[in-house]
Design a protein around this ligand. Structure first.
Ligand SMILES: CC(C)(COP(=O)(O)OP(=O)(O)OC[C@H]1O[C@@H](n2cnc3c(N)ncnc32)[C@H](O)[C@@H]1OP(=O)(O)O)[C@@H](O)C(=O)NCCC(=O)NCCS
Length: 157
């Protein structure tokens, strides 16, 4: 497996990969990925295996709070899950974030996303306290807008 920053030539493949993430992750527009590849590539690593794009993390360092790096979209191709792909991509994001002086990674997931919950727990993330609990996961109501309840996870660097 090879890990490297997202590049312009990956955009079509990333959109195809993201289509495998439903219902939790969906493709954004080619213009969004152009931004990721050209302005944020070092926090947007992709994983290739035998020439195929098999995983990606789309993350951004906050301009409002430069201590924070937010992981927006995270996906491994269904044929390659539970083989350490996201773990390797997370290491790349973590190393880059530490290098530039960020102090925290954080992300949200949908309350019923058991695979995501297991992944973040295994990788040392804390599920932040919320105002409700779903299947043992702490959830913050309306975090991303009306009706958009989210579990929030963070990892201090
Ligand atoms: C969540 C997701 C990104 C995990 O990617 P992955 O490449 O399979 O993760 P890894 O193989 O690096 O696994 C990380 C750890 O979590 C564990 N894990 C991953 N999926 C799991 C599952 N479904 N159930 C239990 N544990 C799981 C792994 O065993 C591993 O722990 P270990 O190293 O102690 O064995 C993947 O399932 C996915 O793409 N899901 C669809 C999109 C999505 O929901 N994205 C997350 C949005 S927040």
């Amino acid at each position: 497996m090879k890990i490297r920053p997202l590049a312009q030539q990956d955009i079509d493949d990333v959109m195809e990969l993201m289509a495998h993430g439903a219902p939790y992750v969906r493709p954004r527009t080619a213009s969004d990925y152009w931004l990721c590849a050209n302005l944020f590539s070092t926090t947007c690593p992709v994983a290739h295996h035998d020439g195929q794009l098999i995983g990606a993390i789309i993350a951004f360092r906050s301009q409002d709070n430069p201590d924070d790096v937010y992981l927006q979209d995270v996906i491994t191709h269904p044929d390659h899950r539970r083989a350490g792909v996201i773990t390797a991509l997370l290491t790349a994001v973590r190393e880059r974030s530490q290098l530039v002086g960020a102090r925290r990674l954080y992300l949200t997931s949908e309350p019923d996303n058991a695979a995501a919950h297991a992944t973040w727990a295994r990788r040392g993330f804390t599920n932040l306290p919320g105002d409700q609990t779903t299947n043992g996961v702490a959830v913050t109501s309306h975090y991303k807008g009306p009706g958009k309840h989210r579990a929030i996870y963070q990892l201090h660097l």
